[in-house]
Ligand binder design. Structure first.
Ligand code: AIR
Length: 407
């Protein structure tokens, strides 16, 4: 008798569990991501921890890309491949991106049937640096002086007008320093134009900044905005190397940078996480350098320093969930691991483990000179102060070695 009651109880609970499981599956969404590099990989990992997402599919040209290695399904194709983007939209309930080179015209057409965040209109503005700067200027947000250029003559005129050094930039498809040329003298003009031949271009006045900072900001589909505290960035050869979180800036600069980020989010209307890079000049003037419509390298510290990482925050934002706590709980320095200049190919990582140092490798098969292949977050768990963290960065510079794999 007891056994019969127990069995009935068990089967009822089992049925309930099945119903709950079914409802969760029906309600949870398939997430499509354009790009499956390191940012897509960390988005995938965050998505795997959210009940609202049942599956992740990435579109990336590199077979077995970092996101696929951690469990995302992959469509192997170029970011701009129209058929592949269509296929991704048919398979997904919601689409986002982790690289801004996607085809915003194709995405615009697909928007009717598939939710896309940030919206293709926002992507179209941001992915073209000229449109981005014009948009910011129109909305009263300070940027460095800039101008569109189409030929050598116009470049010469701009050098006369804005002076040297002058930055020549490709308007599209530039990241990790790949689309910038600092022209120091008129003798470099031909080399600079040759390097970017066939690309649409603009110039920007070189800003003599004191510091480079950034704010990672999120806006959810309901329009709620949340910003992470401003961080300080150190670049080497145009590539981000170190992020100090929180940034060592005055209270005035901190407030102003966060205010500019919020204003930018209000005018942009996009849903998702955005990386807003800024310059701080010697008289504390703040200018936006660049906006990324995606999770950003200078937000990797949030994986350890905050209770909500930028990756989870992005998903919360595009799914219309309440945004998570973005305060920094533990000061952290993020240090990027770049492929050494001395070789290209498969590699080993030599690294001495320490409790407060979190190593994140991206699973990229090949190291290439200056390619981002991983990062470390050095976390101030014992409250010993930034100077101690910097000492650990210096140790890492000597002791973390990327060496060619013996074949
Ligand atoms: N990325 C996107 N925009 C800027 C950066 N750094 C990330 C994305 C993309 C990856 O870099 O995650 O997929 C591409 O890295 P790589 O080394 O293959 O060029």
């Amino acid at each position: 008798m007891l056994l019969a009651i127990f069995k009935q109880f068990q089967s009822k609970n089992f049925a309930k569990l099945l119903v709950i499981q079914y409802l969760l599956n029906v309600m949870s969404k398939i997430l499509g991501i354009i790009g499956g590099g390191q940012l897509g990989m960390m988005l995938t990992e965050a998505a795997q921890n959210l009940d609202d997402i049942s599956k992740i599919i990435v579109l990336d040209p590199t077979e077995n890309c970092p996101a696929a290695k951690v469990g995302a399904q992959q469509i192997v194709a170029d970011f701009k491949d129209e058929d592949a983007i269509k296929k991704l939209s048919e398979l997904s309930d919601i689409i986002t991106y982790e690289i801004e080179s996607g085809n915003s015209d194709v995405l615009k057409k697909l928007e009717e049937n598939t939710e896309i965040n940030p919206s293709p209109d926002t992507l179209r503005i941001i992915q073209d640096k000229l449109l981005q700067k014009q948009f910011l200027q129109k909305n009263g947000i300070a940027v460095a002086e800039f101008e569109k250029i189409e030929n050598k003559e116009e470049l010469n005129q701009m050098i006369d007008k804005m002076g040297l050094p002058l930055l020549l930039k490709t308007r599209r498809d530039a990241y990790d320093g790949r689309g910038n040329y600092k022209i120091n003298s008129k003798s470099e003009i031909d080399d600079a134009l040759d390097l970017f031949s066939g690309k649409t271009l603009m110039v920007e006045k070189f800003v003599k900044f004191e510091k480079e900072v950034s704010v990672i900001a999120a806006r959810n589909t309901k329009g709620e905005i949340s910003t992470y505290p401003v961080v300080e960035n150190i670049h080497e050869n145009n590539i981000l190397r170190t992020t100090i979180a929180p940034g060592r800036v005055s209270e005035t600069v901190r407030k102003e940078a966060e205010k500019i980020a919020e204003k930018t989010m209000e005018v942009l209307h996009g849903a998702g996480v955005f990386g807003i890079e800024m310059f701080v000049t010697s008289d504390d003037e703040i200018l936006i350098n660049e906006i990324a419509p995606r999770v950003h390298n200078s937000g990797h510290h949030t994986l350890q320093s905050c209770s909500t990482s930028q990756f989870e925050q992005h998903l919360r934002a595009i799914l219309g969930m309440e945004l998570g706590d973005s305060s920094i709980k533990t000061p952290t320095i993020m240090y990027n691991i770049l492929g050494p200049k001395t070789f290209q190919g498969e590699y080993n990582v030599l690294f001495k483990k320490q409790d407060n140092i979190h190593l994140k490798m991206y699973g990229k098969l090949e190291s290439k000179p200056q390619r981002k292949i991983g990062h470390v977050n050095i976390v101030d768990v014992e409250n010993r102060g930034m100077d101690e963290l910097f000492k650990q960065v210096e140790d890492l510079k000597k002791n973390l070695v990327i060496e060619p794999k013996e074949s």
